[in-house]
Design a protein around this ligand. Structure first.
Ligand SMILES: Nc1ncnc2c1ncn2[C@@H]1O[C@H](COP(=O)(O)OP(=O)(O)O)[C@@H](O)[C@H]1O
Ligand SMILES: N[C@@H](CCC(=O)OP(=O)(O)O)C(=O)O
Length: 401
């Protein structure tokens, strides 16, 4: 089976942050790479560890590359995996644990070893590091999302090197990133990065598993068509990463639709990539850049319910960026209160938007399909008919099932 992943891009790469129309200012991918002023770099477990624990030489090489970028004035946020892989050998375990409790214990041991070495290694470049541990659950809440955004921004202005990982010791099985690729894409949004760099043990995305003799490097992904027939199913052989290529392609898709290009390559190629050489796979940005609020709404917020809308509401509200009125809503499910995030679904079951609802799940059913004039009789003359205000929803492109 081949896969078509979620990267949807029809355009060349937008030049820099703030480019509204991706076609307005096309530049080559390598120029974008060098022009980026704020970069999120993610490195996977397989590139940081050996079966015995931390690979300190590999970490030092990465740190040297990132320090050189910082020296040029680029702000860098590192998303580093490796806590579990660095920890389990010290617990006398021969392989990566599968149960949650032992993973948590391994991560708790490994995370401190990881940070200890990053501190030493960046210290060679007189650079302060900061540990930022995030959970998916926290990023789903507006307040915590804003706090994380503020903390990362402040660290960057203080010239500190933030090193982000999932808070594996407390993350619950049900709600977690698991792999760090998605966390990296969300972090890129969180700190408004110009570029996401995913470093792995493989130098690029290939048409099939790299060990396959027919597999060819894919230098650039500019549209969904470039991913047709690409096989990403086989996991890495190191046995310590969790996501494999599937989560990297998905993460690049998240970044692309929120206006952030991604370069995927190996840790060994990191220096060459930053030097603008033609290495790895470049995923062009597609969608427009979003505010942190819109990114939160569209990507991470906890969804508490669903509103089903008719074709008229799709044309009148979603397509034209207007408020969603009760008259266009045909159904609702979930348990929500005013201010919660709901999905806005069309008659074909496609999620078209996410927004903040103004009524609770107990109030809304009685309002469905009713005109504003009709509802004013029940709710008073001040009632404006708005269920989701135009400023409070974000379109999902492409629509999701
Ligand atoms: N189409 C593909 N192109 C490149 N690598 C692939 C592909 N399909 C599967 N892989 C595997 O994905 C691995 C990278 O994923 P993973 O081990 O999770 O890395 P990391 O620990 O860096 O996140 C590669 O080592 C490779 O074996
Ligand atoms: N947060 C986890 C990351 C898990 C993991 O293996 O991620 P990755 O190597 O990026 O596929 C850790 O630090 O061990």
């Amino acid at each position: 089976m081949s896969v078509r992943r979620t990267v949807v891009t029809r355009y060349p790469t937008p030049a820099t942050r703030g480019s509204e129309d991706p076609q307005a200012n096309p530049v080559t991918s390598r120029e974008t790479m060098q022009a980026a002023r704020r970069v999120v770099v993610k490195i996977g477990s397989s590139s940081l560890t050996t079966p015995d624990g931390l690979d300190v030489a590999a970490i030092d090489r990465l740190v040297d590359v990132l320090a050189a970028e910082r020296q040029k004035g680029t702000q860098v946020v590192l998303v580093s995996s490796g806590a579990i892989a660095a920890g389990f050998p010290h617990l006398g375990l021969g392989r990566r644990p599968k149960d949650t409790a032992t993973q948590q214990a391994s991560a708790a041991v490994g995370q401190s070893k990881l940070m200890a070495h990053y501190t030493t290694s960046f210290g060679r470049h007189d650079t302060e590091v900061a540990q930022v541990l995030l959970t998916a659950e926290e990023l789903m809440r507006r307040t915590q999302y804003t706090n994380a955004h503020r903390a990362l921004s402040r660290l960057l202005t203080l010239d500190v090197m933030p090193i982000v990982n999932e808070n594996d010791a407390v993350a619950t099985r049900e709600i977690r990133f698991g792999d760090n690729d998605r966390l990296a894409a969300l972090t890129a949004n969180l700190c408004k990065a110009d570029l996401l760099v995913l470093l792995s043990d493989v130098d690029a995305l290939y048409t099939g598993h790299p060990s396959h003799p027919d597999a060819r490097r894919i230098p650039e992904v500019t549209s969904d068509d470039d991913l047709a027939g690409v096989d990403v199913r086989v996991p890495g052989s190191a046995g310590v990463g969790t996501g494999g290529m599937v989560t990297k392609v998905d993460a690049a898709g998240i970044a692309a639709t929120t206006g952030i290009p991604t370069l995927l390559t190996s840790a060994a190629n990191a220096g060459a990539a930053f030097a603008g050489e033609d290495v790895g796979t470049w995923f062009s940005a597609t969608g427009r850049r979003r505010s942190a609020r819109a990114a939160w709404l569209g990507l991470t917020a906890e969804v508490r319910g669903r509103l089903v809308i008719d074709d008229g509401a799709v044309a009148g509200a979603i397509d034209r960026g207007r408020s969603l009125l009760a008259a266009g809503i045909t159904g609702c499910t979930g348990d929500f209160t005013p201010g919660d995030v709901v999905e806005i679904v069309d008659a074909h079951g496609r999620v078209r938007a996410r927004g903040l609802v103004q009524y609770s799940s107990s109030q809304l059913p009685a309002m469905l399909g009713r005109t504003t004039a009709d509802l004013r009789q029940d709710l008073g003359a001040g009632y404006d008919g708005v269920v989701v205000h135009a400023d409070d929803w974000v379109r999902l492109t492409p629509p999701q099932r």
